[in-house]
Design a protein around this ligand. Structure first.
Ligand SMILES: [Zn+2]
Length: 319
């Protein structure tokens, strides 16, 4: 299991030890935070035939089946590619809850993307959540509880999965053999450890390095503006985030924040150069980037390289 999930799993182990397992759990967290992995580990312990010290034994029939993802009492709903979860799916879940467990220990219903339930599906689930069956654990997963009916949310025990940054950064460093991982990598991936890993494992140079290099090149060779603009537009959508992080770092540097604490601490030369601009030039530039992102989202005809060139030109004209 991923190291940042340990605390959450311990919470379940505690409930298990005290025979206070909730009927329904709502795991709330961004995509790629490990909700599926956590729900699998919980199922393993919940269904294990001979758990030891509140850990699944790993060798019993049930453990082997959960390991192979073929346990007849673990029911999964809400496929990644399904756009909505209809009432028929929830009726199937409700039917399963009333039946007895095939292996006798209990049953687990895991629903991915619970926010995709239609209104009638959610209402159908509500009844089951109101009158839970003793041996069924229902685990719902969402990226935000705002997207669920409040009546559903209130009938579940809510767990917000928010990994500790230091744990994730050292895990990422370990997985990728990169000695220092900048916190910005996690931020631009919306705090998702698994997405951050996929980002770092891309074959090409990571885009935050490309963006920093391109911007640095522009200050040395402003006549390369078209080339730099093209590089930035090739790096969309992240390149806008990276530019904002870099500019915000430069502003922090102006406020005498220790450079080692900045997201782009490894780009000291670039940050020092940027910090020579007036603070309002930097903040205007950030605002301009926000507007650019909006234009790109709303106007399919907008040419990104052209917008970046305009942004770069405006920037340097204020030196
Ligand atoms: Zn077992």
């Amino acid at each position: 299991m991923f190291p940042w999930l340990t605390d959450y799993f311990s919470r379940f182990q505690q409930a298990y030890a005290q025979h206070k397992i909730p009927h329904a759990l709502l795991l709330i967290g961004v995509d790629g935070v490990g909700k599926s992995a956590l729900s699998e580990e919980i199922s393993r312990l919940f269904l294990c035939e001979q758990s030891l010290h509140n850990q699944p034994c790993g060798v019993c029939h049930s453990c082997r089946l959960t390991q192979n993802k073929s346990h007849p009492d673990v029911h999964i709903y809400g496929a990644d590619d399904a756009r909505s979860i209809g009432v028929d799916v929830v009726r199937e879940l409700n039917g399963m809850v009333t039946k007895s467990a095939q292996l006798g220990r209990g049953k687990v219903a895991i629903m991915h993307h619970a926010e995709r339930m239609t209104e009638s599906a959610a209402n159908a689930l509500l009844k089951t959540l109101e009158e839970p069956s003793g041996n069924t654990l229902i685990i719902l997963m969402v990226d935000s509880s705002m997207k669920l009916l409040p009546t559903i949310v209130s009938r579940c025990q809510q767990w917000h999965i928010q990994p500790r940054q230091d744990i994730v950064l050292s895990w990422l460093a370990n997985e990728t053999n990169v000695s220092v991982i900048e916190p910005a990598i996690l931020r631009v991936n919306h705090g998702s450890p698994l997405k951050a890993l996929a980002y770092l494992e891309q074959k090409e140079t990571p885009s935050h390095q490309v963006v920093a290099k391109a911007l640095g090149q522009y200050f040395h060779e402003p006549w390369q503006i078209q080339l730099v603009a093209k590089t930035l537009s090739d790096g969309l959508p992240e390149s806008i985030d990276w530019l904002m992080f870099i500019l915000m770092d430069a502003m922090k540097l102006q406020q005498h924040v220790n450079i080692e604490l900045l997201q782009f601490a490894h780009e000291q030369q670039l940050l020092k150069q940027l910090s020579k601009f007036a603070p309002d030039v930097l903040s205007d530039s950030i605002t301009h980037l926000v507007e650019m992102r909006q234009s790109l989202a709303e106007m399919p005809s907008a040419i990104p390289a052209f917008l970046f060139a305009e942004w770069l030109e405006k920037f340097l004209s204020k030196e």
